[in-house]
Structure formats: structure tokens, C-alpha cells
Design a binder for this molecule. Structure first.
Ligand code: IMP
Ligand code: MG
Length: 177
């Protein structure tokens, strides 16, 4: 039987402290402009909630959903928009909120799409980034933590839809025996 072990990589405390810093960085860049946060479902959920609460001023929240992963641990390499945002972003300051930037495909394609909608500015924040996994050039202005190229779960990140609820980020190890 497969046994699952999760080794803590980033604690709840580390995530909370870094989220506060990222909110301050975003405000340092965009001053007190009204913001539209666009979260990438489903992994963004804990992060966008925590980030939004740390951001001062006028903050609107909307979501997109994109498919690339299926049930596996590697990207299918295909970008498909499953759900679009509702808020009109023309002339607005948009911040894309991602759980993790891995190959960079999702963020690169999403930025191209959102840019065609003429926002006043477009930036991205990701709690995690795997620089060694990057195969698509995609800008991420604000990164919480750079991590090694390992499969992680928790704080929104899933494996086959499980573990999103973990308050920490951990490395998933499966051993058979
Ligand atoms: P990218 O398009 O390859 O950058 O992948 C982005 C998406 O893949 C993220 O929004 C996650 O949903 C998913 N993903 C990438 N790495 C991991 C991981 O280590 N654990 C769980 N999901 C991941
Ligand atoms: Mg996923």
C-alpha cells in the first residue's frame, strides 16, 4: 500500500509573515490606487484571502480558472481558460494572484490575455516559484518564496484535489511498502 508522508517546507508562520510583506510591496508599487485582484482558481484561495486582508484601500476580487494539470503531478502543457473574470479591468490596476509559478505557462498565457483588455497596469504575485522548472518566460513581480523543483501541497496546492486545506506548504513523498 502506498504511504504518504508530508515534510513541512514552509510553516504557517512563515507564510503569514511573507504575505504581509508582499501586501506592503504591492502597495509600495501601486500606492493607494484601487486594485483588482484576479486569483487563479483553485490554488489561489487561501493566499488571495490572506493577501486581500493585508492590503489597505480599495480592493476588488475576481477569479479565473485555467486548466493545465489534470490529476497528475506534471502539467499537460495545454492552456485552457475554464472560467473568465466578471469585472471589467479596462483602465484598472490588476494584480494576478497565483499559488505557484512552475513552468510559467499559466501565467505567461494569462498575462497575454489580460493585457489585451487594456488594464492601467498588470502585475503578478505568486506565493511560490520554482525557477528551475521554468520553460515559459513569464514575469512575476512579487514572489513569496523560491523553492526547489519538488512537488508541494498545502496552502491551496493540491495533489488530485487533496491537501489544499493544509495551513503549511509541504513536500509530498509517496513510498510503497
Ligand atoms: P505552470 O503553468 O506550470 O506554471 O503551473 C501552474 C499551476 O500548476 C499552479 O497554479 C498549480 O495549480 C500547479 N502546480 C505547479 N506546481 C505544483 C506543485 O508542486 N504542487 C501542486 N500544484 C502545482
Ligand atoms: Mg493544481
Amino acid at each position: 500500500m502506498a504511504q504518504v508522508q508530508i515534510d513541512v517546507l514552509l510553516t504557517e508562520d512563515q507564510l503569514r509573515t511573507r504575505t504581509r510583506e508582499l501586501a506592503a510591496d504591492i502597495r509600495a508599487t501601486l500606492a493607494d490606487e484601487p486594485l483588482v485582484l484576479i486569483g487563479v482558481l483553485k490554488g489561489c484561495v487561501p493566499f488571495i484571502g490572506d493577501l486581500a486582508r493585508e492590503l489597505s484601500g480599495d480592493v476588488a476580487i475576481d477569479y479565473v480558472q485555467v486548466s493545465s494539470y489534470g490529476d497528475g503531478k506534471t502539467s499537460t502543457g495545454v492552456f485552457q481558460l475554464k472560467k473568465d473574470h466578471d469585472i471589467n479591468i479596462e483602465g484598472r490596476h490588476v494584480v494576478v494572484v497565483e499559488d505557484i509559478v512552475d513552468s510559467g505557462l499559466t501565467l505567461a498565457r494569462l498575462r497575454e490575455l489580460l493585457a489585451t483588455r487594456r488594464p492601467a497596469s498588470l502585475t503578478a504575485v505568486a506565493m511560490l516559484s520554482k525557477p528551475d522548472a521554468r520553460s515559459h518566460e513569464s514575469r512575476v513581480e512579487h514572489v513569496g518564496f523560491e523553492i526547489p523543483n519538488v512537488f508541494v501541497v498545502g496552502y491551496g496546492l493540491d495533489h488530485a484535489e487533496s491537501y489544499r486545506n493544509l495551513p503549511f506548504v509541504g513536500v509530498l513523498r509517496e513510498s510503497h511498502g
